[in-house]
Ligand binder design. Structure first.
Ligand code: BJ8
Length: 425
């Protein structure tokens, strides 16, 4: 750990002792889960580099951007339009929400029956261990599920720079109208934050930059349709996790390099797992770094995860934004259209998500689907029943899991996953 990093963390107000502990746990988990994988493509060393510097080099870069006058915007949800953030001369980063932290403190603010993702988001703030959060000039919350809505009220008392975006709950004309007006309000807020007036050229450039990283991950995802799968689900998940805070240009470049290697592997018929390994689609709640518990259990049991129907996965990145508009207004409409297509479970009704899961199961040639629900997450747990029925109607086996960020249920999950994989053979 360089002195430069420690100085930076201290300037950001991190609790250095707690942060050291966090990095040590993270590094051990990465060693055990990622570096122990067999047959990894060599170019995935990019992920190792990014992860070893997760709170180091990337934060240094963001701090340099700030010195040069750019602003940093933190977010907890894929509804925050990165195109607008980029266009306004700012950088969007996903905020820490993938591990339990400061649990006792968190329960002084939130009821015990709150999902792990929300508890984690608050824990990272109370523990002062997320440099992305402490370095952000604006933190954007979004009115999605009830838990998040109320959490942002709590968070706004703890940070000086909270902005809350309202979101529709129905895919109606009025719903789209609401998203549109919220995106215009956000555009103004971004312009106020950065002092930069967004015009059509700036927004088009923002759209192109974000599209480029989406295209790279689309290429990676399409290569996972091959049998045997050329990359593990764990590594593909990591790509989707890094997608949310890594430098967009570097991300696109490096992921294309990985894809070049994967194409060669496919030509040679090489996979990470044997060709007869059960192919699993994971669907449900997002998995932020370092939430690797379920994928690790699944792949340690000999199956390969071939797709993620998740916001840290295809739900979050599947559509690109139309780049062709001439005026700022036309381009803003394209941005609204793109985000209005996200089929988060906060929407009612939400048939698009089920369609998407069925489509993914077919495209990725999945033998079975694991529905991943976080305990106390009403939207996804409730939808899981309908999802299960739709898949079973098509003859696709489903395992519904409900878990949290602790390791306490690992043994039980492992038993259930192994029994499910037995069934698929
Ligand atoms: S667009 S999925 S990132 S809201 S797990 S906090 S839903 S109780 S994360 Fe999400 Fe945006 Fe939707 Fe995606 Fe609530 Fe459920 Fe917790 Fe959740």
């Amino acid at each position: 750990m360089s002195d430069e990093n420690r100085r930076m963390w201290s300037e950001l107000g991190l609790n250095l002792r707690a942060h050291d502990q966090l990095l040590s746990v993270l590094s051990n988990a990465y060693q055990d889960i990622y570096l122990s994988q067999q047959n990894r493509p060599e170019s995935t060393s990019y992920f190792d580099d990014v992860m070893s510097e997760i709170h180091g080099q990337r934060i240094q870069e963001l701090m340099r951007e700030k010195q040069q006058g750019r602003k940093i915007v933190g977010s907890y949800c894929v509804f925050v339009p990165e195109e607008i953030v980029q266009a306004a001369n700012a950088t969007l980063v996903g905020l820490c929400s993938g591990a339990d932290f400061a649990e006792e403190e968190v329960e002084k603010y939130l009821p015990r029956n709150t999902c792990s993702l929300i508890k984690s988001s608050l824990g990272f703030k109370l523990g002062r261990v997320c440099p992305f959060l402490e370095g952000s000039d604006m933190i954007v919350g979004e009115n999605t599920c009830d838990g998040k809505k109320k959490f942002y009220e709590t968070l706004s008392d703890l940070v000086p720079n909270m902005y809350v975006m309202d979101l529709p709950q129905m895919k109606s004309q009025q719903g789209r109208q609401m998203l549109r007006s919220e995106f215009y309000r956000f555009l103004e807020a971004m312009q106020d934050l950065t002092g930069f007036q967004v015009d059509a050229t700036a927004l088009r450039n923002g759209i192109r930059m974000v599209n480029e990283k989406r295209k790279a991950i689309h290429r990676l995802q399409s290569l996972r349709t091959a049998d045997p799968a050329p990359i593990s689900g764990l590594d593909a998940l990591l790509a989707n996790q890094i997608f949310l805070y890594e430098d967009p240009r570097r991300f696109a470049r490096e992921v294309h390099k990985i894809c070049d290697e994967l194409e060669q592997r496919i030509e040679r018929g090489e996979g990470v797992f044997p060709a007869n390994a059960p192919r699993i689609l994971v669907s449900g709640c997002p998995m932020a770094v370092p939430n690797w518990k379920v994928p690790h259990i699944v792949e340690s049991a000999g199956a390969v995860i071939v797709g993620e129907e998740s916001c840290v996965g295809e739900r979050g990145n599947r559509n690109t934004t139309e780049e062709e508009g001439e005026s700022l207004e036309e381009l803003m409409e394209a941005v609204v259209d793109r985000y209005f297509g996200i089929d988060c479970a906060i929407f009612t009704p939400n048939p698009d998500r089920t369609e998407h899961i069925l489509d993914m199961a077919k495209r990725y040639r999945a033998d079975g689907v694991i529905h991943y629900g976080l305990q106390f997450c009403q939207p996804y747990l409730m939808e899981s029943f309908g999802v299960e029925k739709s898949l079973e109607d098509k003859g696709i086996p489903v395992l519904r899991l409900e878990t949290d960020y602790s390791q306490e249920d690992s043994g039980q999950l492992q038993t259930r996953v192994e029994a499910f994989l037995e069934l698929l053979k």
